[in-house]
Design a protein around this ligand. Structure first.
Ligand SMILES: [Zn+2]
Length: 91
């Protein structure tokens, strides 16, 4: 099987997967548990993924709010005009 990974410590392709995320070099004492490392690419990709998701949601909400805000002033002056024009006659 092409399961061997090059060891970053001794450079030999003798790194084997022990169990789950635990990798061990047969030539030296190199060990790496990918499930414990915080700098693993998996979590980085997840962070980028969630940042993208949050950014997309924020962008959509922002665009919606802008859309509502751009429509609202056009409709409200007409409905607001009546009370505003009534007030001066009371005074
Ligand atoms: Zn090694």
């Amino acid at each position: 099987m092409a399961d061997n990974i090059e060891c970053p410590k001794c450079g030999k392709k003798t790194v084997v997967q022990r169990k789950g995320d635990l990798y061990e070099c047969l030539s030296c004492d190199f060990k790496r548990d990918f499930s414990e490392l915080p700098e693993q690419p998996k979590s980085n990709n997840g962070g980028v993924f969630w940042t993208t998701v949050v950014a997309t949601i924020v962008a959509l909400l922002f665009l919606q709010a802008r859309d509502v805000a751009s429509k609202a002033p056009k409709l409200e002056p007409q409905s607001f005009h009546a009370p505003v024009t009534v007030q001066p006659t009371i005074n």
